[in-house]
Design a protein around this ligand. Structure first.
Ligand code: NAD
Length: 407
């Protein structure tokens, strides 16, 4: 299936092949589990504010349809391709299965640069993409959510476009929408909060005092900023963070409330006065207890895996570590990896709660949501650690094999 060829898809396939070997899945069943069940590519013509028309490529991949509707984020980024989206959809299948959610995996994306588009252009882009996707999505078919470059507003436009088509309001068509439109309390915070919960559990597991721990976060967006705040609430000291425009470092700790004001004004962490500038490459190599990649895929590679200096690698992003880097990290038992399919599962878990609340038109309080979220994460974490220890498997192989086995 050459149409999916892309470094991230090859990486997801390689991970799957290792799991398939471990689980002894017969050769003739492997491709069937690996390749997406269906994929759609659409041309999305958008009128720009200057009156010209630009056509963007939009994708949606539904990887696995047996456990229920498919579920997965929608990404706006210039480098989005079919292969990348397919890899992300595959990981969603393993993640939903690992955490026991009644979903298959999906993912979508539009190759665009949202930072260079006006709000009106983004609205036209989103509405047109949704219109093109209508035969392909639905509350019982495929449910989207925010991912890199998308947010609550984008979800609200998708819901509205779909509802206009249906002739009535359909909140369950997307998750991660504003609470006033049927969104769930705690959804925006869910992924980062889950990351911090699991890091705290990992510190217990390896005997590290989180109140004396230092943390570095790459990618200060939705997931990274909430993960940083939540880690700080557990007592960790955040010493460096970054975004696409650069990073900042202060060994004494960064004042996250002051940083929040700076980001609200400047739209970037770069230039924060109470810290030194640092590049994204250097940031990953800083000595720290907790390293949280929360931006893009393939950030920890064979080039830097031997040089990272952390005790816990908490993969908030999807696919931040390549299989080549995994091999190097496997030789470094001092590093405890919380693999992406577990580490960032908080997002899809609370998305599931949002979908359930929308279908029932019965809304829960935030404490109930956080409590249910932590229970599911706790079960998954305990299962993965137990399997990893019993069979002497790397944490990623343990997590993926639990997910793949269910699928
Ligand atoms: P976001 O768009 O809110 O934030 C992404 C951040 O990464 C931004 O600060 C951006 O500037 C930064 N960034 C982009 N390119 C970078 C680069 N080259 N170097 C350093 N920083 C860079 O996106 P998000 O929703 O926080 O998603 C981040 C990651 O978490 C993605 O891998 C996504 O797939 C994953 N994820 C998100 C959710 C969710 O609920 N949003 C759930 C599970 C996994």
């Amino acid at each position: 299936m050459e149409i999916y060829d892309h470094p991230t898809f090859r990486m997801a396939c390689r991970q799957f092949d290792l799991v398939a070997d471990y689980l002894q899945i017969p050769e003739n069943e492997r491709d069937r589990i690996k390749y997406p069940k269906r994929s759609m590519i659409v041309a999305v013509p958008v009128r720009r504010d200057d009156g010209s028309t630009q056509v963007f490529a939009g994708y949606r991949v539904q990887h696995y349809l047996t456990l229920g509707p498919t579920k997965g984020g929608l990404r706006y980024h210039p480098d989005v391709t079919l292969g990348e989206v397919a890899a992300l959809a595959m990981w969603m299948s393993w993640k939903c299965a690992l955490t026991g959610l009644p979903y298959g995996g999906a993912k979508g994306g539009i190759a665009c640069d949202p930072g260079k588009m006006s709000k009106a252009e983004l609205e036209r882009l989103t509405r047109r993409y949704t219109q093109e996707m209508i035969p392909f999505i639905g509350p019982q078919v495929d449910v989207m959510a925010p991912d890199l470059g998308t947010n609550e507003q984008i979800m609200a436009w998708i819901m509205d476009t779909y509802s206009v088509h249906a002739g009535y309001t359909v909140p369950s068509i997307v998750t991660g929408k504003p609470v006033g439109l049927g969104g769930s309390l705690g959804r925006r915070e869910a992924t980062g909060r889950g990351v911090a919960y699991l890091v705290n559990r990992a510190t217990d597991t390896i005997g590290l005092d989180i109140t004396k721990a230092t943390a570095v976060v790459q990618g200060y967006g939705n997931v990274g900023s909430i993960a940083a705040l939540s880690l700080a609430r557990y007592g960790a000291k955040i010493i460096a963070v970054s975004d696409v425009r650069g990073g900042i470092h202060n060994a004494k700790g960064i004042d996250l409330f002051a940083l929040e004001k700076h980001v609200a004004e400047k739209k970037t962490v770069a230039g924060f006065p109470e810290a030194e500038p640092i590049s994204n490459e250097q940031l990953l190599l800083l000595p720290c207890d907790i390293l949280v990649p929360a931006a893009l895929e393939r950030q920890i590679t064979e080039a830097n895996a031997a040089k990272i200096q952390c005790r816990i690698l908490a993969e908030a992003a999807n696919g931040p570590t390549t299989p080549e880097a995994d091999e190097i990290i496997a030789q470094r038992p001092e590093i405890f990896v919380i693999p992406d399919v577990l580490c960032n599962a908080g997002g899809v878990i609370v998305s599931y709660f949002e979908w359930v609340q929308d279908l029932q038109s019965f809304f829960w309080g935030e404490m109930e949501i956080v409590d249910k979220l932590f229970r599911i994460l706790e079960t998954a974490f305990t299962q993965v650690v137990a399997l990893s220890r019993k069979q002497k498997l790397p944490m990623r192989l343990a997590a993926l094999s639990l997910g793949v086995k269910r699928v």
